[in-house]
Every structure is written in structure tokens, then in C-alpha cells.
Design a protein around this ligand. Structure first.
Ligand SMILES: *Cc1c(COP(=O)(O)O)cnc(C)c1O
Ligand SMILES: [Zn+2]
Length: 406
């Protein structure tokens, strides 16, 4: 058996194919490229039983990942995050079964580590020495730390408003870190120029094809954790949409392999913030691509993406699974974050809270049925965003006594 059954790259827009042995970025038509595997051969040679004795990380699916030589594997133990039942919250929302796929415990504090692990490993295999990216924080943190582990250089540009801890993660990793007084789109323009002028390897969202492959392992894991079944609904806080595209791709691949039934796909839900909802607006109008969202702003920083390169792939996945897109407001998602901590003891990130709130709202309108099985992605750790919690706490003098609760 081969370590990987990767075969080539294909453009989802114009069907041009490219090899996987040289660095590749976008298709000549401007579209992101997707990774293809020899699924026919793999279906004959691989079965779920082969996974039984493998470590509980995302590399257990290496046949369905693009890295060809395990010598270049760059790992901090990422993947196989828990699928946590939420009995109190599901009762509160009147949903039969509610699970949280909790990405908050992954190295670097967010699921961006999945994309970074696979993307950095493949970059190393391709002979890359220095990578560069614009980021809203978490991606830069993950890619710079994984780059350090692979002994690659990294150049990261992020908005000054990005969560401070992600800035520290990048700085500590030894990355060349710059802050921009603007949005991720402004950071993107700066990185674009540096890539052109200094020949850096561009790892901006979807400008290299392998990050999706890392993130798709969330879909593989959900299916494996449910005994090769899929839930009725999966909600995902959507910025660039990489995770949603990846989960959809993973489930299609599992259908091809015959590991899950081919007649049931979960309805996928893209959740955004009312302050930045280009995918929701496009979906509401039945469009196949989105428009740039002016003056975007939200406390859920990871989903502040005014125009996603892969918007058409996200929208296709929503239409093809009879899913939907929905926006929630910042104040209400912070209330939901508090409710989840109080009912379940989980400190989810604001992006995850947005997805939970969306589940609640979709249940209220009966888009989610009472007997549905729902999985919500909590994409990062709440503890990465200490400033989103504002609570007045009583301060005691030493020797003062607690007042008994009346
Ligand atoms: C990046 C990020 C998202 C959005 O991910 P995409 O796959 O780009 O849509 C959601 N939540 C968190 C915490 C993030 O860092
Ligand atoms: Zn193309």
C-alpha cells in the first residue's frame, strides 16, 4: 500500500489538471485547486478496520491526505478532537441529539492547526523554505508555529485588531510578523506584493491547495466517531469557508469509498456574523458567488472575511446538501457563549458560539426538526479571547466575609 493515494490537482471551475510534485497555487483561471485521489484503487485496498490500531490524530487518514513521504510529516498531535454530547443544551434547544466537535483543545488553540499541519508538511516535501500569509490571527498562529516545527521561515501580516494572543503565538515562533492598521484584505494585498517581489510561498487561504485537506479531516472524524454514520445537520462558522468545503469533500470521498451510505448527506449550514455576512447574502439571493462586504466588523474575528476566494465552493456545498446560510448578531452570540458555559461547562470561542446560536434559531423556525441529530463545530478555544467576556466581579478585602445567598 502507498502512504498516500493522492493523484493530481483539479480546477473545480474549468477542470484544468495540475501535478502535485511542484508548488501550485491558483488555477490560471483564478480558481482554487482541489486535491484528487485514486479512490477506485483506495476503495479496494483500504477499509475502516485498517484504522483500528492507528494513533488518534489526523494522520490516521494518511491515505486520503496529500503528503507522499511520511519523513516530511510535521505534527504536534493534532486531530481526533472529541465529539462531546451536550445533554443540557440539547434539551434547552429542544433538539433530540446535539454534539459539539470541540476543536478548542487542538495545538495552537484552534482548528487552523489541522490545515497548518498538512499544509506545512506538504510545503516541506515540495522543498519550500519560506512561506507567507495574511491572517485574522488563528491561521497565522498555527502556520507560524508549525513552520517553526518544520524549520521553515514564515512571514505573517495581521490586522492590529486581531486577538492579541495570536500575535504572541506568531512572535514567539520567530515569524517575521507585521501588523496592518486595516482588514485581512489589506494584509492580503501586502502579502501579495511580498510574494511577487521576494518569491515567498503564498499560503493565503485557498491559494495553496493543501490546507483544505487538513481541515477535511474534521469530516472524516465526525463520520468515524459516529460509527460511519453522518448526522442530519452540521453547522460551521464560516469565514473563508475552508472547513465547510473540506467537510463536504471528506464526506463525498467517504461515499466514493463506500464507508458511509451514498444516499444521506448532512445539511450543511454556513454561519456568519451580521457584521460580515457575504455568503448569507448570496445564499438569500440564490447566487453562486458572493460580493465584497464593505466595512465588515464582528467580535468573532475568525469569520471576518469580506470576500472568500472559495465562496462558490461554499455555496455549491450549501445548495447540494439542501443546507442554508444564516447570520447572527454579536450581542446574542455572546449571550449564547455564556449559556453554553453555564449549561455545559464548555468555554467555546465566539465563532463557535455563533454556530450554536444559529442552531437555536434554526430550531425555532423548524428548519432544524426536533428529532434531528445536530453537530456544531466549536472551531477554537474560548480562552484565546479573554477580552470578549465582561463581567463585574465583587472584590473583597482580606478578612471580609461572603454574604450568604438569600
Ligand atoms: C478561521 C476561523 C474560522 C473560519 O474558518 P474558515 O474555514 O476559513 O471558514 C472559524 N472559527 C475560528 C476560530 C477561526 O479561526
Ligand atoms: Zn481553472
Amino acid at each position: 500500500m502507498n502512504y498516500s493515494y493522492v493523484s493530481h490537482l483539479i480546477c473545480p471551475k474549468c477542470s484544468t489538471t495540475c501535478n502535485i510534485t511542484e508548488p501550485q497555487h491558483l488555477c490560471t483561471c483564478g480558481s482554487p485547486l482541489l486535491v484528487e485521489y485514486d479512490l477506485e484503487t483506495l476503495a479496494e485496498e483500504w477499509s475502516p478496520a485498517d484504522l483500528r490500531d492507528r494513533p488518534a490524530d489526523l494522520w490516521r487518514y494518511h491515505e486520503l491526505l496529500p503528503l507522499q513521504d511520511p519523513a516530511y510529516k510535521t505534527s504536534l498531535g493534532e486531530g481526533m478532537s472529541p465529539l462531546v454530547p451536550l445533554p443540557n443544551l440539547q434539551e434547552d434547544m429542544d433538539i433530540r441529539q446535539l454534539h459539539m466537535k470541540d476543536e478548542g483543545i487542538i495545538p495552537t488553540g484552534s482548528f487552523k492547526a489541522r490545515g497548518a499541519a498538512v499544509g506545512v508538511s506538504k510545503a516541506k516535501e515540495l522543498g519550500v523554505k519560506e512561506l507567507a500569509m495574511p491572517t485574522n490571527g488563528n491561521a497565522g498562529a498555527a502556520w507560524s508555529l508549525y513552520a517553526a516545527r518544520a524549520s521553515l521561515e514564515s512571514t505573517i501580516v495581521m490586522p492590529v485588531d486581531a486577538p492579541k494572543i495570536t500575535r504572541n503565538e506568531c512572535a514567539l515562533s520567530g515569524a517575521n510578523l507585521y501588523l496592518v492598521d486595516g482588514l485581512i484584505s489589506d494584509a492580503g494585498r501586502i502579502v501579495g506584493k511580498a510574494v511577487e517581489e521576494h518569491g515567498l510561498y503564498d499560503v493565503s487561504t485557498l491559494k495553496e491547495p493543501y490546507r483544505i485537506e487538513g481541515k477535511k479531516t474534521m469530516g472524516l472524524e465526525i463520520a468515524e466517531q459516529l460509527g460511519w454514520e453522518v448526522p442530519d445537520v452540521i453547522l460551521y462558522p464560516t469565514g473563508g469557508g475552508v472547513g465547510l468545503i473540506g467537510i463536504y469533500k471528506a464526506l463525498k470521498e467517504l461515499q466514493h469509498l463506500g464507508w458511509i451510505k451514498s444516499d444521506k448527506m448532512p445539511r450543511l449550514v454556513a454561519v456568519q456574523s451580521e457584521g460580515c455576512a457575504p455568503i448569507v447574502e448570496a445564499w438569500n439571493q440564490g447566487l453562486r458567488s458572493s460580493s465584497f462586504w464593505e466595512n465588515s466588523e464582528t467580535i468573532a474575528f475568525g469569520i471576518n472575511v469580506p470576500k472568500a476566494l472559495g465562496d462558490f465552493l461554499v455555496l455549491d456545498a450549501l445548495y447540494e446538501t439542501e443546507g442554508c446560510a444564516i447570520a447572527v448578531d454579536d450581542a446574542s452570540l455572546l449571550d449564547e457563549q455564556k449559556r453554553i458555559a453555564q449549561k455545559e461547562g464548555a468555554f467555546v470561542c465566539p465563532e463557535g458560539a455563533a454556530a450554536f446560536l444559529a442552531a437555536r434559531k434554526l430550531r425555532e423556525t423548524n428548519w432544524i426538526n426536533a428529532d434531528d441529530h445536530v453537530v456544531v463545530l466549536n472551531t477554537g478555544a474560548g480562552i484565546k479571547y479573554p477580552d470578549t467576556v465582561n463581567i463585574e466581579i465583587p472584590i473583597l478585602n482580606p478578612g471580609e466575609e461572603l454574604q450568604s445567598k438569600g
